[in-house]
Design a protein around this ligand. Structure first.
Ligand code: P6P
Length: 342
């Protein structure tokens, strides 16, 4: 039995490799290593709360709305508080931003300020909580911009996804699995509940460039734009149609679970613009859903666009801005993107 490698050992070894410039791929400076260990510990706490379910009195809604105008689940708020409390005292962060909070959370003066910015969707897929379907925490790490002075503002967060220094998610499903990139590929750690630690279970994750599986909410079909309608229609025509093969469909309505499947066996995930709210570019949020997932997918050899542009190149103008998302197996994403340009 190969000796198991814990998350701590993995991060220490990556940090040891940090001899060159701080931004060389895979380098993990000490403060970033601390940040990732703290986020992983917070994910363990969230996993425990999620796994209690009805026994922990954590199901159901919190009778409050978040900045997105969505009814908050009790676990949304619990997960948000866990991440704030775990990260605010360590001295590695200047501020945090969350789907559940309108403005940024600046580290209080009673704690030392660090150089990193942490963004997260504390519990993505909340509609699945009460029906016991996989959900997850998504996080993204940026550097505080050089020369931004002592303070920190929302403007400091508005960086393109290509500037992330770390990104990942923790999926709370049959296993609790932490998936991470620091720019040197994608690794996966499974929570060993007996030891209480994340153990390395997959290195060098690769998404097949082709697939026979698409993920989209089909109930929105009549609202989609022509390119997406064309792509899905061709998939549905199967082996007799222009694609010459049959396709399968999955839609878990939990981006973390759908993306985890794609990282594990390939596929294409789409939450495209549709005409229900034409002024909105899409449903999903750029900064703490699309950007971290897009970096993970690209690091695993996949692709991610908004139909026209690489998502990681998009310059954000607002913290909670939304984006159309088409990500997964490279050749399929390129096909859908090509259809948008034709
Ligand atoms: P719909 C969850 O609420 C979420 O933000 C993503 O995790 C998921 O992919 C999507 O929304 C599901 O949206 O419209 O199918 O319920």
């Amino acid at each position: 039995m190969a000796k198991s490698i814990s998350l701590t050992r993995y991060l220490v070894e990556q940090q040891r490799g940090h001899t060159g410039p701080a931004d060389s791929p895979g380098a993990i400076p000490p403060q970033l290593r601390l940040l990732l260990e703290v986020v992983a510990r917070a994910c363990k706490s969230i996993s425990l709360a999620v796994n209690k379910g009805a026994l922990g009195g954590v199901l159901g809604t919190a009778e409050s709305e978040n900045v997105q105008g969505e009814i908050q689940k009790k676990l949304d708020i619990i997960a948000n508080e866990v991440l704030i409390e775990a990260n605010e005292w360590g001295g590695h962060l200047a501020a945090m931003a969350s789907e559940e909070m309108e403005g940024i959370y600046v580290v209080p003066n009673r704690y030392p300020q660090g150089e990193y910015l942490l963004l997260f969707d504390p519990l993505d897929g909340s509609s699945n909580i009460d029906v016991n379907v996989s959900i997850g925490t998504i996080f993204s790490v940026l550097h505080k911009p050089e020369g931004s002075g002592a303070g920190v503002s929302e403007q400091d967060f508005l960086q393109a996804g290509a500037r992330q220094v770390a990104a990942g998610y923790c999926v709370f499903g049959p296993q609790t699995t932490l998936v991470l990139t620091v720019g040197a590929g994608v690794v996966m750690f499974t929570l060993d509940r007996e030891q209480g630690s994340f153990v390395l279970t997959q290195e060098n994750v690769k998404i097949p460039e082709d697939t026979k599986e698409f993920a989209i909410n089909m109930s929105n079909m009549r609202h989609w734009g022509t390119p997406v309608k064309r792509y899905i229609d061709e998939c549905l025509q199967g082996v007799e149609g222009p694609r010459g093969k049959d396709f399968n469909m999955r839609w878990i309505a939990s981006m973390v679970a759908d993306v985890h499947r794609i990282l594990t066996r390939g596929g294409i995930f789409m939450y495209p613009w549709d005409k229900r709210e034409p002024e909105k570019p899409g449903k999903l949020r750029l900064m703490y859903e699309a950007n971290p997932m897009s970096w993970l997918v690209e690091q695993a050899g996949g692709a991610s666009t908004n139909g026209k542009h690489r998502i990681l190149d998009i310059q954000p103008s607002k913290l909670h801005e939304r984006v159309s998302v088409i990500l997964g197996s490279k050749n399929e994403v390129e096909r859908v993107t090509r259809y948008h340009s034709e």
